[in-house]
Design a binder for this molecule. Structure first.
Ligand code: MTE
Length: 317
């Protein structure tokens, strides 16, 4: 993975928004998002965006709390990895070229009956909740975000996988006309990620449709992405168009590029360095803090049991 030692986000800690300030602004955001959409989009897209904004902010699931302040959007929203739109962290302008409504996802592979479903339909079926999650990138930076979405297990239940399904494979859109990065032939497009069925069934595995109390801005992976907070961030594939239930372990995007550095499991572990840098600590976006990294990114209690009997695998690369 390309590492840019850009330090523009490293501002003093007092500039980071504390969570209580963020929370008091939440109620305003949903309505404002709809109004802003109407101002900048054409009438039909504005209608869709306004309808989507009406479901935000979603009720908070208090089971998911944080040990740190939420990262203000001005930092997390301008420091993104989305290689489809370039290798710099400022992908926002390029990512806005992606038309995210209407958008549907194909569910296929070893399922009772393959189907395609619109994201808004999926949201209606699954419902939405908000969770505060940590996010730890393999590049040793981190953030804390209020994602809105629903547990991946709800999509698995809708899919009705067959007993032969051992893995879930996630695929990002493929459209060279809008995504300049996809014109670079040396990357194995489309972006593919995967989880075991057991991992996909863990309550922490989350499909995200919103952040900061509003629909996902494009650079975060609109209109629907994954959040797997105990793994390095590259497992959390963005702008999904297909979820397949398969018998064999998927060959993932980064594994295809450099398997010695980016494996299938990619669980966070401060004691296992990346071949080119330490994973012992992380820089928190929007602050001048460097904090110790935690095993499974602090979610060991919920997920360590998933890896019993798999000790011979490269679980932390
Ligand atoms: N998904 C796609 N399709 N393309 C990408 O380049 N980058 C990954 C992940 N999902 C990536 C992706 C990486 S390396 C990280 S750290 C996170 O997205 C970044 O998510 P964020 O932009 O919301 O911080």
């Amino acid at each position: 993975m390309l590492i840019k030692r850009r330090r523009g986000w490293e501002v003093p800690e007092h500039l980071a928004t504390p969570e209580d300030v963020f929370l008091s602004r939440r109620g305003l955001i949903g309505g404002a998002a709809g109004l802003a959409a109407a101002a900048v989009l054409g009438p039909s897209r504005a209608d869709a965006a306004t309808a989507a904004a009406a479901t935000y902010p979603a009720p908070r699931n208090e089971a998911y709390t944080l040990d740190r302040a939420v990262t203000p959007e001005r930092f997390s929203g301008d420091y993104n990895n989305f290689y489809e739109f370039g290798t710099s962290k400022t992908v926002l302008p390029a990512a806005n070229a992606l038309k995210t409504s209407p958008w549907s996802i194909k569910i296929d592979g070893l399922v009772e009956k393959p189907f395609e479903i619109g994201v808004e339909d999926l949201i209606r079926k699954a419902g939405l909740e908000e969770r505060l999650y940590r996010h730890r990138c393999v590049e040793a930076w981190s953030m804390a975000v209020p994602w809105t979405g629903f547990p991946l297990s709800k999509l698995v239940a809708l899919a009705k996988p067959a007993s032969g399904a051992k893995y879930v494979q996630f695929q990002t859109f493929l459209d060279k006309a809008v995504a300049p990065g996809q014109r670079q032939f040396f990357y194995p497009w489309p972006y593919i990620e995967g989880l075991t069925m057991e991992e996909a069934g863990n309550d922490l595995a989350f499909l995200v449709t919103g952040v900061y109390g509003k629909p996902l801005p494009n650079q975060f992976g609109a209109p629907i992405r994954l959040a797997v907070p105990w793994k390095y961030g590259f497992k959390s594939a963005k702008s999904l168009v297909r979820v397949s239930f398969v018998a064999e372990r998927p060959k993932t995007f980064w594994e295809g590029l450099q398997s010695s550095e980016y494996g299938f499991w990619a669980n966070v572990n401060p004691a296992v360095p990346h071949p080119r840098w330490s994973q012992a600590s992380e820089r928190v976006l929007g602050t001048d803090q460097r904090v110790p990294t935690l095993i499974y990114n602090g979610y060991g209690e919920q997920v360590a049991g998933l890896y019993k009997g798999l000790e011979r695998e490269r679980l932390f690369v």
